[in-house]
Design a protein around this ligand. Sequence first.
Ligand code: NAD
Length: 346
Amino acid sequence: MLTKEASPPLYTALIGCGHWGPNYLRVIQQLLGVEMRWAADLSPSRRESLSRQFPQVKMTDQVSDIWDDPAVQAVIVATPAASHPELVEAALKAGKHVLCEKPLTISPAESDALVALAAEKQRILMVGHTFLFNTGIRQLKTYLSEKKLGQLYYLHSTRTNLGPIRSDVGAIEDLASHDIAIFNYLLAALPEEVSARGHSCLPHAHTDLAFMTFAYPGGVLAHVHVSWLNPVKVRQMTLVGSEKMVTWDDINVVEPIRIFDAGVMQEPYYHDFGQYQLLPKQGDTWIPRLQLSEPLKAEVEAFVAAIQTQSPPLSDGAFGADVVRVLEATRQSLAAGGAPVKIASA
Ligand SMILES: NC(=O)c1ccc[n+]([C@@H]2O[C@H](COP(=O)([O-])OP(=O)(O)OC[C@H]3O[C@@H](n4cnc5c(N)ncnc54)[C@H](O)[C@@H]3O)[C@@H](O)[C@H]2O)c1
C-alpha cells in the first residue's frame, strides 16, 4: 500500500481514454503518492467528457505535451494494440517509465524491440496483464506452489460474451491474451506447442471464436474457449490435479474459488488381489474466504513499486513479449487448420 510519505508524488500520464483508459484515472485518484497529470485522446468528445469528471487532469490531443513535460515520470498506454509500438517507443525515448495495456504489440519482433529499448533506457516497461493481480488467480498460484492439487493434469478456461467486438484485433488477441498470461504465470512456463481452430463468424477480418489447446512442459494441457458470440458472459477456469480440483469464476465476486476433494481412487478387485479398479472419489467442497481487492489498483501499485525500487514487475515487458509470441503461434496454427505449431522461446 502506498503511504503519504511517498513524496513528492509520482506524476503519470494516460494515453487513450476510451472504454478502459478511464479506469486508470479512477484508480490513480484513489492512490496516495501518485497523480495523473495529463490524459491524451484523439477524440474531442472523450476529452470533453473526462475533463468534467477529472478537472484536475490536463487534457490534450498531443502526446508531445506528455513527452515534453519533465515532471511526468510514467506513462500508461491504453490505446488499441496497433498503436502500442509507436507510443511505447516514443514514451521510452522521452525517458518515461511505461505501463502498456495488453497485448504489448501484435508482432513478437515489435515486442522484443520495446523490451530491448526499455533495457537500454533503464526504464520500467510493464504490461497490463490485470489477472496477475487478481486475488483469485493469486490464490490458484499459491495452491499450485503448495502442490495442493497433487500432480496437475490440465487446465480449462472459458472467456465468452456477446461482444464487445473490437475492430483492431480478434478475440484471440483481445481475450485469450488474458488466459495465456494466467497460464504462463500459474505454470511459470511458456507452452511448447499450440493447436487452434477458430472462425470469423461475423463479417470482419478477425477471429471472433476460437478453441485453443496449449501443451505446457510436463505434459500439462491447457484449453481455452474464447468468443465474442456467446449469449452468456463466462469467465471461468478449472484446474484438475491428482489430489484436488479447483474452479475459479471471476464473475462470482463473493466466492470465486471452489476446491473439490474429487479424484479417482484405485481399489483392489475383491476376486483378484493383483488387479485394481478405478473409482471416482467425490469428497467435500470448500469455498475459501478471500480478501478481494481491485486487480487494476494492485497492478498500478506494482507499477509504482517497480519504478521506486527499479526492479522488474511481475508482468514486465519480457513477460508481455512471451504472451505475444504465444499469440503469434496460435494465429499460425489457426491459419494451418489447427496443425500443432511449436512456440519459440525468446
Ligand atoms: N486489462 C484489461 O482487462 C483490459 C480491458 C479492456 C481493454 N484493455 C486494453 O486496453 C486498450 C484499449 O482498449 P479500449 O477498449 O479502451 O479501446 P477503445 O477503442 O475503447 O479506446 C481507445 C482510445 O484510444 C484513443 N486513441 C487511439 N490512438 C490514440 C493516439 N495515438 N493518441 C491518443 N489517443 C488515441 C481513441 O481515441 C480511443 O478513445 C487495448 O489494448 C485493450 O486490449 C485491457
